[in-house]
Ligand binder design. Structure first.
Ligand code: DSN
Length: 426
């Protein structure tokens, strides 16, 4: 068959874009070359509905081994009893958990999307807000940190069946002990969605959600630096305070209920080629090299927070415990949308993001979200954060000067040559 040059030339173009730019999207990262190569393998040809050792197709003996390896490595990373590595994405993982533990119309309580939450935590445009009855807590206006008093008051008022913690634009750690206390009082389960900080939690650099939250979900491609995908995890498999039942009415272990909810509940055949790549990434996370990487993420984020503060940029909660910062641009007289466009012209990639109590819409926004996992993978250290912030500030203060922006872009492209990306790909 003829090589599809149309698509392969676009893949090459995307590689060049990634190489020359400063990637600050907090949810993105650069998977290792072996992880990427493993995604394009013959396991994509295999149907394997079911789980290792109990499939609905023949010929699964090899993918059984590979999926089991992914499961075992993931269990080792987080010291847990149950892991499901089949979710195609974080959204699929969350959908399966909700199917497992909720009935349609049940109340759920999550962090408001406009305050840093996630679509799948009850947004009205998402399945989670359409199938269930969503309620929200927020952050405090004065501090930008989660308002746990509000969470408690809301929980007592609406008696959620599920409390969701975790966020996509929140730079502080979580008080899982407090959330568990509330959950126990109102008889709720807790799902912690750790998609963003999972790599830092894996290395014990942040509070441990597994001790206090009944179910934990994540993506695998953010701070975990693996292939695109999702996972579902439980530390103590027997723990089932709501007495969850299977479709025959028997009370089951959490693992049984969750496995069934993922397949056949919400997904069909697992992507065994991606699961092989997950196994590779999980193996990398278990190394000491990844510990150094995770620590560097936090140091870089804090160096970036300082450099931004020095230039009078306000970040929500005035700093970070993790890998990201949410910058409120209202004192800089530029919208998030315009900032994203302007920085893009200099090959600095960020996303516009609403800030808590934003007066602009989600399409315009007053803020941008910046994260350092990807630039840390490129090899950057604290001292490089100053260069990035200087370039960002140069762009944002010359937002309508095309010639100036083009000069910053040249500087950025030259700077990035120090940090080769996939040199093996030529
Ligand atoms: N799209 C992810 C993020 O950027 O945080 C959330 O799903």
């Amino acid at each position: 068959m003829q090589k599809d040059t149309a698509v392969f030339s676009l893949i090459q173009k995307e590689l060049e874009r990634q190489r020359r730019g400063i990637e600050l999207i907090a949810s993105e990262n650069f998977a290792s070359l072996q992880t990427i190569q493993a995604m394009g393998n013959v396991m994509t040809n295999k149907y394997a509905e079911g789980y290792p050792g109990r499939r609905y197709y023949g010929g699964c003996e090899v993918v059984d081994e590979s999926e089991q390896l992914a499961i075992d490595r993931l269990k080792q990373i987080f010291n847990i009893e149950y892991a499901n590595v089949q979710p195609h994405s974080g959204a699929q993982a969350n959908a399966a958990v909700m199917l497992a533990v909720l009935q349609p119309g049940d109340p759920i309580l999550g962090l408001d999307l406009s305050m840093g939450g996630h679509l799948t935590h009850g947004s009205s445009v998402n399945f989670s807000g359409k199938l269930y009855q969503p309620h929200f807590y927020g952050v405090k206006k004065e501090t930008g940190t989660v308002d746990y008093d509000m969470l408690e008051a809301k929980a007592k008022e609406v008696k959620p069946k599920l409390i969701v913690c975790g966020a996509s634009a929140y730079s502080r750690d979580w008080d899982y002990v407090r959330i568990r206390k509330v959950a126990d009082e109102v008889g709720a389960l807790i799902m912690a969605d750790i998609a963003h900080p999972a790599g830092l939690i894996a290395k014990k650099l942040l509070n441990d959600p597994f001790e206090h939250c009944h179910i934990v979900t994540s993506t695998t491609h953010k701070t975990l630096r693996g292939p695109r995908g999702g996972i579902i995890m439980v530390r103590k498999d027997g723990e089932n305070p709501l007495g969850l039942k299977d479709n025959k009415g028997n009370v089951r272990m959490m693992s049984n209920v969750l496995d069934m909810a993922l397949f056949p509940g919400t997904q069909g055949g697992p992507l065994e080629h991606i699961i092989a790549a997950k196994a590779i990434a999980f193996g990398e996370i278990l190394t000491e090299e990844f510990t150094v990487y995770a620590k560097q993420i936090i140091s870089n984020a804090q160096a970036m927070a300082k450099a931004l503060r020095d230039k009078n940029y306000n970040s929500i909660s005035d700093g970070t415990d993790n890998h990201l910062l949410l910058i409120d641009l209202r004192n800089k007289n530029i919208s998030g949308k315009k900032a994203e466009q302007v920085l893009g012209k200099a090959d600095i990639t960020v996303n516009k993001n609403m800030v808590p109590f934003d007066d602009k819409s989600a399409f315009v926004t007053s803020g941008i979200r910046v994260g350092v996992p990807a630039v840390t993978t490129r090899g950057m250290k604290e001292e490089h954060m100053q260069f990035i912030v200087d370039c960002m500030d140069d762009c944002l203060t010359h937002a309508d000067d095309e010639a100036y922006l083009s000069n910053v872009k040249k500087k950025v492209n030259e700077f990035m040559q120090q940090f080769p990306l996939y040199p093996e790909l030529g």
